[in-house]
Design a protein around this ligand. Structure first.
Ligand SMILES: Nc1ncnc2c1ncn2[C@@H]1O[C@H](COP(=O)(O)OP(=O)(O)OP(=O)(O)O)[C@@H](O)[C@H]1O
Ligand SMILES: [Mg+2]
Length: 226
């Protein structure tokens, strides 16, 4: 494999609720290389979201470790972890999670503003990303003035704003009709090859999963490679 972006070692997440203990992620060893496109499929409750949240530093493992571009995420101070997330990772969710009062342009410039990118530079980058995603006529629209597919494209532009090395997508087509689903899946594939960005994509849709170069199946917190 080429350069490793993220590598987990015996990654485990146990949730305790009342008397029950759930091993949502159960001893996973996973390696994703630069520019690799991996899809993760599996039944509801098998631990896909938990795994993605751990990879993205949105949750902490119970045991095991995650190396991101060679750095042990568990050893980072919170501020450094925030920085890693901001600059090296992009997130896409089923529900888009855009800021409702911001325009498309403002939603895309926000992560760059937080990262301290100068105003002119971030405006130019946001406009170019939105144009690339076919939204040049929509940059001043707010989320409620956009279709679901357009909102997801804004969210993808936002995820790419700080040129991450890994895109984490949790059922990004879950709220879209079949035509828009196909469009977004194709777009992810295109961005994957164009920017050589690694993608970890969780999906229930077999056709969406097929755009990836490797498909992993998750069952009861474990990965089965096919
Ligand atoms: N915060 C939490 N507290 C307790 N249990 C949790 C928590 N988050 C997830 N779980 C449990 O962990 C298991 C895995 O959940 P997860 O959300 O990762 O599944 P999933 O594969 O993403 O499912 P879906 O396809 O429905 O989104 C489930 O049994 C769930 O009930
Ligand atoms: Mg899930």
């Amino acid at each position: 494999m080429n350069e490793i972006i993220v590598e987990t070692r015996n990654l485990t997440k146990v949730f305790s609720v009342g008397e029950s203990r759930i091993s949502a992620v159960n001893g996973i060893d996973l390696t994703i290389g630069r520019g690799e496109f991996v899809s993760i499929m599996g039944p509801s409750g098998s631990g896909k979201t938990t795994l993605l949240n751990l990879l993205g530093g949105l949750d902490y493992p119970s045991s095991g470790s995650i190396l991101f571009e060679g750095q042990d995420m568990g050893k980072l101070k919170e501020r450094d972890l925030d920085n890693l997330r901001l600059r090296r990772m992009g997130f896409i969710f089923q529900t888009f999670n855009l800021m409702p009062i911001f325009t498309a342009l403002e939603n895309v410039t926000l992560p760059m503003e937080i990262a301290g990118v100068p105003r002119d530079e971030r405006l130019a980058k946001a406009k170019s990303l939105l144009t690339q995603l076919g939204l040049s006529e929509r940059i001043y629209h707010r989320p409620h003035q956009l279709s679901a597919g357009e909102n997801q494209r804004v969210a993808i532009a936002r995820a790419l704003a700080n040129s991450p090395s890994l895109l984490l997508a949790d059922e990004p087509t879950g709220n879209l009709d079949s035509r828009t689903t196909e469009e977004i899946a194709g777009l992810l594939k295109q961005l994957n090859s164009e920017y050589n960005i690694a993608i970890a994509l969780v999906t229930h849709d077999v056709q969406v999963g097929q755009v990836a170069s490797r498909t992993l199946h998750m069952v009861d917190g474990r990965l089965q490679q096919t």
